[in-house]
Structures are given as structure tokens and as C-alpha cells.
Design a protein around this ligand. Structure first.
Ligand code: HEC
Ligand code: HEC
Length: 388
């Protein structure tokens, strides 16, 4: 580009032309007013922003801002909002779980599914460290996802376990067992556990009996769920080890939870029911969750509700008050209905007579209760067939 004499003297241009026709020229105008004003507004915003929010760096720290804002508090606030939303949304279901028995929760598709879904996190937070993420167990911590239970797989037993904790006890060196005898017993148990493939020495069974193992593990080695003494006949070991024989020998020589033996097998399930780690509803959810992991005892279907007849002739007359006159009137009316249906108890008639003679309000109330019960029974008998 070459220098020219400015061919547009009346114009505030810089004298630069970008093409030969000189219609692309660089002018020297002030920026438009709207542009300058937005710049100013921006500047003011920066000052205000820097005042309110964390901004200016300062020797390994920074100005914290007057509003006290941090990313962490903002996150905490949104998490709290989310929690509150969840609580509102699921309050009814949580309440239903609180009000229902464990059996009823299992029977109810919605409550069961909800319990299992929400218990997953609870299990991860409180149980997985010992029992594994899916309840598959760890060395020293029993598998929950099978039907081999130390203490039982009914809802009630699982609830007891989680609520009160468990601590199995097995003595060390029962009746002075020698190392050789422990090794023999271990071989016997492992071979028995192999089932049809196993080759247990029948002679060792005498040792098993004579050393008192039978007292807790039973004559068939099946264990006793009241004691939590493991089933020794199934080849499933709650104290698993690479060298299973050595581990069984160790159990026999050093016992389980034996406080005076440093090599004892430790097996303590903490109690969760009396801590503030989980609440009553969370405990129920965990019971349902563990029960369905595998091998929970089946829950019986709900007993059928007996249909009660709505027929007016079975509807009891309600006493207007607790006064003798009102109660005896109700008792007589109800007994009359009994007699009409041939369903009265003879005793009721006598009670009414006696009550009228003595003016005894409690006798009258008893007569009335009898008459009302007879009405209920009669109505059930009509709809469900005779049951008594
Ligand atoms: C510190 C480790 C530990 C934690 C945490 C733990 N458990 Fe246990 N749990 C054990 C041990 C050990 C046993 C076996 C106790 C015994 O042998 O006497 C056990 C036993 C059980 C049993 C009985 C199993 C059977 O076969 O009868 C259940 C059910 C159970 N735990 C559920 C849970 C649940 C649910 C949680 C979480 C709320 C949990 N445990 C947390 C260690 C733990
Ligand atoms: C006082 C009762 C008691 C007596 C007696 C007893 N045990 Fe036990 N035993 C237990 C209990 C309880 C457990 C399970 C502990 C636990 O898991 O919490 C157990 C566990 C075991 C285990 C571990 C099983 C596994 O799954 O890993 C073996 C093996 C065993 N016992 C063998 C024996 C032998 C052999 C004898 C006889 C010398 C014997 N026990 C006597 C109560 C007893």
C-alpha cells in the first residue's frame, strides 16, 4: 500500500485506503454512544460483582466476597432442596413402610420395590464393607446372597440379626483336642462337605461325637440356627480360605470369638437397631433387601379377609352412652337380633336378666359385647360358610 494525498479532505479518515477504488477507507470516528454506555455498565457490574463474590487473589488466598458465597454452599443448598423434594414425594410411601409389618411390605409390590431400591444405598453405606457390594461375602464375613444361613433366613431372624447384631461363640480346643485330632476332624468335615464326591472316614465321626462338636453342630453336622453354629455338612465355609483345611484346623484349635485366643476367628456382626446410624424405617428396608438377595424364607400369602355381610339385620345397635340405661337397651336390642337369627348365646339372656336385677353397668356391658360378637359371627357364617 502506498501513501496518498488525502483525496477526501473534509473527512476524518486516517489516510489508509484498502483498495484502489478508495471506497474502503479507515475512518477515525468515536465509537457509538450505546457501545460506550454498555462498557460503563459492564465496568460497574465488575466492581459490584468483585465486592459480593470471591474475587481478588491475595498471597495464596483471595478476597472472600461480602455475600459469603462458595461453590460448596451452593451445592449443599441444591442437595438440600433435592432431599426436601424427595421427602415430600415419597413421604406417603415411607409412612406406609413405617406402618406395615415386614410380611405386608414383601406382599405389596410397590412397597417391596421401593424398599429394595432405597436399601441399595443403605447397604452400600453400612454393610458392603464387610459383606461385599452384592452381599457375596468376604473372608470372615458371611455371604448374604445364598440360602445358607447361620441364624436363619426368615424376615424375623434377619431383622433380629441386623437390629441386635450377632456374635457366634465356639470354644477353642474342645475337650483337649490335639493338633493331630484337629487335622483329622478337618479332613472329615471337608470330605463330608463334598457330598457324593467326598470320602469321609467313618471312624472320624466317633471323634466328632466324643469331642463335643455334636452339642452345637448336631449329629448330622447341620448346625443350629439358634446358636449360629455353622452348617458343617454343605461345603460352604463362612471362614473361607485358600487353604481350607488349615482354616478349619485353626477354627477347631482357636475357636470363634474367643477373647483369650489371639488367633481366634473373629465374627462380630454389629448391632444397628440401637444406634443412630439407621432409623426404624431404614432397618425394615434393609431386612427386605437382605431377604430378597437370595434364599430368604418364602413369605406366606396374606390370610384372606373374611367378607362381612352388610345386611342390616347383623348391624349391631350402638349404645348412645355408657349409662346403664343406654347399655342395657343396646344389649337387649342386639340380643333380640341374635334370637331372631337363632345365633344367640344362652348366657347373654341370663346376663341381661341379672344386670337388670342388679343395675350393674359392667354386667350390662358384658352382655352387650357378647350379643355384638354373636352378630359378627353370624354375619361371617353367612358369607364364608359355617366356621364354628
Ligand atoms: C464390621 C463388619 C460387618 C458389618 C458392617 C455388617 N456385618 Fe453383617 N455380619 C458380620 C459378621 C462377622 C457376621 C457373622 C456373625 C457371626 O458369625 O456370628 C454377620 C452376619 C450377618 C447376617 C446373618 C447371616 C446369616 O447367615 O445368618 C446378616 C443378615 C447380616 N450380617 C446383615 C448385615 C447388614 C444388613 C448389614 C448392614 C446394615 C451388616 N450385616 C453389616 C459383619 C458385618
Ligand atoms: C459351643 C458351641 C460349639 C461347639 C461345641 C463347637 N462349635 Fe464349631 N462353631 C460354633 C459356632 C457358633 C460357629 C460359627 C461361628 C460364627 O460363624 O459366628 C462354629 C463354626 C465352626 C466352623 C467354621 C465353619 C465355617 O463355615 O467356616 C467349624 C469348622 C467348626 N465350627 C467345627 C467344630 C468342631 C470340629 C467342633 C468340635 C471339636 C466344634 N466346632 C464345636 C459353635 C460350636
Amino acid at each position: 500500500m502506498s501513501e496518498h494525498k488525502n483525496p477526501f479532505p473534509g473527512e476524518n479518515n486516517t489516510g489508509h485506503f484498502w483498495d484502489d477504488e478508495q471506497d474502503l477507507r479507515e475512518l477515525n470516528n468515536r465509537p457509538p454512544r450505546w457501545y460506550m454506555q454498555s462498557m460503563l455498565v459492564g465496568l460497574v457490574a465488575i466492581v459490584i460483582y468483585s465486592f459480593y463474590y470471591p474475587s481478588i487473589p491475595w498471597f495464596g488466598d483471595h478476597y472472600k466476597g461480602s455475600a459469603g458465597w462458595t461453590q460448596i454452599t451452593e451445592m449443599k443448598e441444591s442437595v438440600a432442596q433435592l432431599e426436601e423434594y424427595r421427602e415430600r414425594k415419597f413421604a406417603a410411601t415411607e409412612q406406609a413402610i413405617a406402618d406395615s409389618s415386614l410380611e405386608d411390605i414383601v406382599r405389596d409390590d410397590e412397597l417391596r420395590t421401593y424398599s429394595i431400591k432405597t436399601a441399595k444405598t443403605l447397604f452400600g453405606d453400612n454393610c458392603a464393607a464387610c459383606h461385599g457390594a452384592g452381599g457375596q461375602g468376604n473372608d470372615g464375613f458371611p455371604v448374604l446372597a445364598d440360602d445358607d444361613w447361620l441364624y436363619g433366613g426368615s424376615l424375623a431372624k434377619i431383622e433380629q440379626t441386623i437390629k441386635n447384631g450377632r456374635k457366634g461363640n465356639m470354644p477353642a480346643r474342645m475337650l483337649g483336642i490335639t493338633d493331630a485330632q484337629a487335622a483329622e476332624l478337618a479332613t472329615f468335615l471337608i470330605e463330608t462337605g463334598k457330598g457324593a464326591q467326598g470320602n469321609p472316614n467313618p471312624a472320624s465321626k466317633a471323634l466328632y461325637f466324643s469331642k463335643g462338636c455334636i452339642g452345637c453342630h448336631g449329629p448330622t453336622l447341620k448346625g443350629n440356627q439358634m446358636l449360629g453354629s455353622a452348617n458343617l455338612s454343605d461345603g460352604i465355609y463362612r471362614f473361607k480360605a485358600e487353604d481350607q483345611h488349615a482354616s478349619v484346623v485353626r477354627t477347631i484349635l482357636h475357636g470363634v470369638n474367643n477373647p483369650v485366643d489371639a488367633q481366634t476367628q473373629n465374627a462380630i456382626m454389629p448391632a444397628f437397631g440401637h444406634s443412630n446410624v439407621i432409623d426404624a424405617v431404614q432397618l425394615k428396608k434393609l431386612v427386605i433387601y437382605v431377604h430378597q438377595l437370595g434364599g430368604g424364607d418364602p413369605v406366606k400369602p396374606a390370610p384372606k379377609k373374611v367378607a362381612v355381610s352388610k345386611d342390616a339385620k347383623y348391624a349391631p345397635v350402638i349404645a348412645k352412652s355408657d349409662s346403664f340405661a343406654d347399655v342395657i337397651a343396646a344389649a337387649e336390642a342386639n340380643y333380640k337380633k341374635n334370637v331372631a337369627q337363632n345365633s344367640g348365646w344362652r348366657d347373654t339372656g341370663k346376663l341381661i336378666k341379672e344386670a337388670k336385677k342388679t343395675k350393674d353397668a359392667s354386667l350390662a356391658a358384658r352382655a352387650n359385647t357378647q350379643a355384638v360378637n354373636a352378630l359378627r359371627q353370624a354375619s361371617v357364617a353367612v358369607t364364608a360358610g359355617p366356621r364354628f
